[in-house]
Ligand binder design. Structure first.
Ligand SMILES: Cc1ncc(C[n+]2csc(CCOP(=O)(O)OP(=O)(O)O)c2C)c(N)n1
Ligand code: SF4
Ligand SMILES: [Mg+2]
Length: 346
């Protein structure tokens, strides 16, 4: 009889193994940036001990929008129409605001057909995480330029893009987003810190992740390729996320680290690199993006965080209990009141 002992199961603070945070096996191309983002989402939700049964995943149409199938298989999920994920997420989260919402979208899904929905989601500050998997092309329909493709970047055929790009982070800042970050699917550490901060953020978190499409946009001439990002990514700062359940009394050198207290008691520690950058200054952030664009740099990091602005649920003064669970007597005026209204309108 073997005397070998079985190693203890590794579980997170709510007793779940990492397997409980995984989804189906990916059907995306090997090496697609979107796969790395799904892996980071699995790690962050596992490490922070978010209850997967309490998460709702939303997406539109695109290779990126297929991603929610590949993480958090125990969570709720809704794959909507192209560009309309924000409307579906707004309805679902209003019906049950106790769910944590995460949406995954593409640059085509957000910056072309869905741009109007994106605008209104930001305006409302709906509490959810909104990840844009930005590869500069419509991957699913075989690699046409999207509205985030840079001026002068080329397709594999050599065709050059002659329209200026939308910068989704600059638009989000302009329209009043409360958490705006840019990262690169190949920057594991930074992307983890950003996703964890988004989990802790009380409002809408817009995360634009440059996520190379290895099949249609990873060649010389592309500005969304792995090699272009290796040469042009300019990190604004180093990020450390300290969750609310961990001891935060770590010594921090004065003047070099900025501490942002999140609503749930977690802390984002921002260690400055070469430049002075204050992610609570919206105008400075917009200026930094403009400057980087001129220099051909891709700025990554937390571009803006505002923990004060009310969320859509707070503005609407939504009751504590999920609306979807309230009895009809609490959501519909009684017959007598409706009759009285009709009488008054006669
Ligand atoms: C209403 C509608 N219009 C157009 C399409 C065709 N279509 C499918 S995916 C897509 C773009 C996907 O690009 P993106 O959102 O960047 O995702 P990616 O595949 O690059 O991850 C388009 C135009 C569609 N499915 N529905
Ligand atoms: S076509 Fe591009 S975006 Fe779609 S799965 Fe393949 S590499 Fe990813
Ligand atoms: Mg795309």
């Amino acid at each position: 009889m073997s005397t070998a002992t079985v190693p203890p199961r590794k579980v997170n603070r709510i007793g779940l193994e990492v397997l409980s945070y995984k989804g189906a096996r990916t059907t995306l191309c090997a090496g697609c940036g979107h796969n790395a983002i799904s892996e980071r989402i699995v790690e962050c939700f596992y490490e922070l001990g978010v209850d997967p049964f309490n998460v709702a995943k939303f997406s539109g149409i695109g290779c990126s929008s297929k991603s929610p199938a590949y993480f958090l298989g125990l969570s709720h999920g809704f794959n909507g129409v192209h560009g309309r994920m924000p409307a579906i997420a707004t309805g679902a989260l209003l019906a049950n605001h106790t769910l944590m919402g995460i949406g995954v979208t593409g640059d085509g899904d957000t910056a072309s057909i869905g741009i109007g929905q994106f605008m209104h989601l930001i305006r409302r500050n709906l509490p959810m995480i909104y990840v844009i998997e930005n590869n500069g092309v419509y991957g699913l329909t075989k690699g046409q330029f999207s509205a985030t493709a840079d001026l002068g970047s080329t397709l594999k055929t050599g065709t050059s893009n002659d329209l200026p790009p939308f910068d989704c982070c600059a638009l989000a800042l302009k329209w009043g987003a409360t958490f705006v970050a840019r990262s690169f699917s190949g920057d594991k550490r930074q992307l983890q810190a950003i996703i964890k901060t988004a989990i802790a953020h009380k409002g809408l978190s817009v995360i634009d992740v440059i996520s190379p499409c290895v099949t249609f946009n990873d060649h010389v001439g592309s500005t969304k390729s792995y090699s272009y990002m290796k040469d042009h990514e300019t990190a604004l700062h180093e990020l450390d996320f300290v969750p609310h359940f961990e001891d935060i009394s770590v010594e921090i050198p004065e003047g070099q680290v900025m501490d942002v207290a999140m609503h749930d008691g977690s802390h984002l520690r921002i260690r400055k690199l070469a430049r002075d950058f204050d992610p609570t200054d919206r105008l400075a952030s917009l200026a930094a993006l403009e400057e980087a664009e001129k220099k051909g740099e891709v700025l990554t990091g937390v571009l803006y965080v505002n923990t004060q602005k009310p969320t859509f649920m707070e503005l609407l003064n939504v009751v504590d209990k999920p609306l979807g669970t309230l009895p009809e007597s609490a959501t519909r005026p009684p017959r007598s009141v409706l009759d009285q209204v009709m009488e008054e309108l006669r």
